[in-house]
Write a protein that binds this ligand. Structure first.
Ligand SMILES: N[C@@H](CCC(=O)N[C@@H](CS)C(=O)NCC(=O)O)C(=O)O
Length: 216
């Protein structure tokens, strides 16, 4: 099977796809799309992803978009090392945690949303960061409670190993640090992030380990 992942080193949604692929031990080619240079808007990229967003996963030439669909496809196609728990109740909890990030935090701090916020506030460079920090903090207060009530073991949130909860958490923690959010009020999230990032499969998926990380 030939897989090509179109992503960007610090895209949270692309990071989710890399984490899932690496955890399953699935080989893929990486095709960087530079979001800062606007490559997501090119006609050639939009032909495969009409929304002009990363990630896109090519599967033997077929096109998958939306990280939730990509990650679920990976889970269904490569069922070993499951990223969802065995009971439907636990699966629902994991999916709720992931959705709290994927639906309610991450979309509000997307590049195109932050550009619009800055434009509406007469290009005040701080407005985008303040907006992003506000929504991350609001979301993290609830996530910390969900994480505290999780029945995970070995430092993981809902299981004895990583699940979709960690697949969504790590990129969101990366973004929180990037936007300068004080993480002290969220010790359970900080611990879970640290435990999961130490996994070699997950470390290889980190933004700082991607070939399109800008060289300074
Ligand atoms: N719901 C989409 C969100 C994808 C998304 O927001 N991607 C961002 C990077 S994390 C992007 O491509 N932004 C480009 C832009 O805002 O112009 C998914 O989960 O795949």
């Amino acid at each position: 099977m030939k897989l090509v992942l179109h992503g960007y080193f610090r895209s949270g949604a692309a990071y989710r796809a890399r984490l899932a692929l690496n955890w399953k031990g699935v080989a893929y080619e990486y095709a960087p799309v530079n979001l800062v240079k606007g490559e997501q808007h090119s006609a050639i990229y939009r032909a495969c992803n009409p929304q002009g967003l990363v990630p896109t996963l090519e599967v033997n030439g077929a096109i998958l978009t939306q990280s939730v669909a990509i990650v679920e496809w990976i889970e269904e196609t490569f069922p070993d090392r499951p990223l969802l728990p065995s009971t439907s109740l636990e699966r629902a909890k994991v999916r709720a945690f992931a959705a709290a990030i994927g639906c309610d935090i991450h979309p509000l701090q997307n590049l195109r949303v932050l550009k619009e916020v800055r434009a509406l506030t007469e290009d005040n460079p701080e407005s985008g960061f303040n907006w992003a920090r506000h929504w991350i903090k609001t979301g993290f207060e609830a996530l910390e409670q969900l994480a505290e009530s999780g029945s995970g073991q070995n430092g993981f949130l809902f299981s004895g190993g990583p699940t979709l909860a960690e697949i969504y958490l790590l990129p969101q923690m990366f973004n929180a640090r990037r936007f300068g959010v004080d993480l002290t009020p969220y010790p359970r999230l900080v611990d879970a992030d640290e435990v999961a990032r130490a996994l070699p499969e997950f470390a290889r998926a980190a933004p700082e380990n991607q070939p399109d990380l800008p060289q300074r």
